[in-house]
Design a binder for this molecule. Sequence first.
Ligand code: PLP
Length: 400
Amino acid sequence: MTGAEAIAMTERYQMGNYSRFPVTFVRGEGSWLYDDLGKAHLDFLGGIAVAVLGHAHPAVTRAIAEQAGRLVHVSNLFHVPVQARLGERLSAATTGGKVFFCNSGTEANEAAIKLVRRWAFDRGGEGRHGIVVLEGSFHGRTYGGLSATAQPKFHLGFEPMLPGFTTVPLGELDALEAALTDRVCAFFVETIQGESGVRMHPPGYLKEAEALCRKKGILLVADEIQTGMGRTGAFLSSGRFGIAPDVVTLAKGIANGLPLGAVVARDEVAAAFVPGTHGSTFGGNPVCCAAALAVMDVLCAPGFHEDVARKGERLQGGLREIAARRTDIRNVRGLGLMVGVEMTCETKPVAARCLDAGLVVNAAAGNVLRFLPPLTVTDGEIDRALEILSAVLPAEGRKS
Ligand SMILES: Cc1ncc(COP(=O)(O)O)c(C=O)c1O
């Protein structure tokens, strides 16, 4: 099948909910994607923070093949060694608590919403089902995740949302404190807001927010679906911001491209899930867990996170140098290998020009160019991406 045939067939037989670039990828290796014509593209989007170890990582491929040959699926009515091992590894790398496995980010947040409400209910908190979220948040597309997503454009035509969600402005601690009433069981927060343009909290905000939650006996839930799995130069970005959430949600890079999500909660919170409260047929699938164990082995190797932090600085440094020569870049921000470039113009056309020139990035929030390369990206690949970007940025934005 040619790329053009694939595009025509997708348009004819699939619903139109994605706005796709007219490119067909057929193969990947490391930080590179190859289209149907054999053209190489440097992948600085990584399937939107999914390909943490790059494409076709040998250890992941081997783990998938071995597990697929042994056992693909078994019901969660039984025990599975790879799932058991992954639970232990994730607990050790995060809150030290217990894990629930599902299949995606939105499912992880859905489970976390149920978990915190049930936790409050078990403690006699009748009516204490309120959840506070931040303006600009993105927590997923199912009704729970969507209700927690405080962006009206995603709600349009899908109302009514679930009751019990309150939105507060970004960075305003007084508003957060006022919203954390005795009707609230949890505060959900992305440590960096990815979908709304790599938006960072003001310094100290997350620590203060954590202190407010502690003071009021409200659970702090960190959605680390985009920021976790080593993305920011630590296994969880929470660590880099000095907070210890009660509940963490993970997905995206966890199995380097296979569908897996996880909720990790402190033991006392995790205890709210007893038989019958929640479940998933595919959650914790053995093949996905085997891939995730291979990912954990690489991520937990000595020096890995430090190297990601260093490469993130190289990328941000290079972007700042480009910004210094231009009038159309407002801001370069991010942490580790999660970086956003805020421009004075729409960035979708810029992303399209990058794609033409062989660099895959995406436009977030209209005017931000987002970089989420594999964590295994090399210095040379970072430099090449910077060269491509610099060459395709519009001539009119150059300082005279
Ligand atoms: C912070 C955050 N939460 C939740 C999700 C939803 O994850 P998924 O698309 O796997 O359902 C995303 C996806 O972009 C995300 O970035």
